[in-house]
Design a protein around this ligand. Sequence first.
Ligand code: ADP
Ligand code: MG
Length: 483
Amino acid sequence: MSKLVQGYEVVIGFETHAQLSTNSKIFSRAPTAFGAEANTQACAVDMALPGTLPVMNIGAVERAIEFGLAINAHIAERSIFARKNYFYPDLPKGYQISQFEIPVVQGGEVSFFLEEGKETVRKTVRLERAHLEEDAGKSLHEDFIGQSGIDLNRAGTPLLEIVTQPDMSSSEEAVAFAKELHKIVTWIGICDGNMQEGSFRCDANVSVRKPGQPLGTRREIKNLNSFKFMQQAIDYEVRWQIEEIEDGRAIQQATVLFDPDTGETRAMRTKEDAADYRYFPDPDLPPLVIGRDWVDRVKREMAELPRVMAERFVKDYALPEYDATQLTQSKAVAAYFEATAKACGQAKLASNWIMGEVSRRLNASEMVIEQAPVSAAQLAALIGRISDNTISNNAARQVFEGLWNKEGEVDAIIEAKGLKQMNDTGELEKIIDEVLAANPKNVEEFKAGNTKALNGLVGPIMKASKGKANPGQVNALLMKKLG
Ligand code: ADP
Ligand code: MG
């Protein structure tokens, strides 16, 4: 059951344009690099000069197949390119080559974890389709006074438009989905995932309804170029739609833009229907035929997928599913974990440290794991010193801090900071005897059956040992002395 907002159910579906990381355009040989001088990367095909013909870029098709395999979709053996007709200055052909009735990737699903209150739940969003299409050029309004410029460098850049079913029911779930999708496309390397440069553009379709009612009318929020804006935009849109309905106004289907400065969404245009585009099969391109052997070869050559790797982590390292999913957020994190776990032989401890201390430090310094000053080998050495009882967990955090600040290797830091646990029973017993003598009340209470009184003794003992006593050993000795 989805959670309600002021008595309304929220319904969200995503359309995402992932720019495919090919070197050349989808139907021409012009390069796709970002940031070049205007119109230096548009060839005759991209400019729609008369008599030019599109030629399919096999690399773009291969990336679509990889995506389909990654999300367990059906790869169509025969898909069709269609013309989506509309007039816009940055679209010189007067139509965009896309796929309409028969897309290359059909169905599939994306699963991820979501925190709901105190619980972590697994969500699955069904995909409707993913199709190949070309990007349009760009209209430039800011560089000119009273005029607009057209830059056709982007025209013909290969895109995979990925469309979900309306399966999401909160902004948190929508953001978690978008992050998972982003992880998949960057992991398999079909898209660089750069949201600022527009390589991964999400449109969120949002509607609300009273439980049990049919789907409400949706508004589509365009071009959400950061996960933070995505959450803000959807939250604002949901509140706005509920207010409209509560005030007795009907929602009009529309395309809206999010303004990060005001935090509001604003209608850009009322939305066209598919009929307005007068789609028809493009006579310039033959059907796209993908044989089983092609799909099989791509499958064989593909790197291990995040969900497959996560399943292997559960099996090989006896990790909880949650840990395995967190550790496969990126290839680099997964590699760091495997190297640490193999070197120290303590997979769960390695996982705890990476999801805990390591990621906390990375976040605080806005770094990714590739930049971490602590190597997997160093973390493994640190974990080794915890499990052989040389240092306590508390001391280990100080050693980690030392490693992070490049103060030296694990043993040298333990030595320099005097963090070795006291494993000499004689010395520890002396401290315990002193603490017992100084706290007769706690001793009495404990003997009378109040087990909590023990805490009042352990604390001063740890303090007197400057944190170097081994808590397990302290407990054992205390129990022995107190009978
Ligand atoms: P279009 O291509 O015209 O935008 P689609 O049928 O392809 O229309 O749907 C686009 C997206 O909108 C899909 O992700 C779909 O899941 C979502 N969607 C459809 N109906 C609704 C609705 N009532 N509320 C929210 N999202 C919806
Ligand atoms: Mg669509």
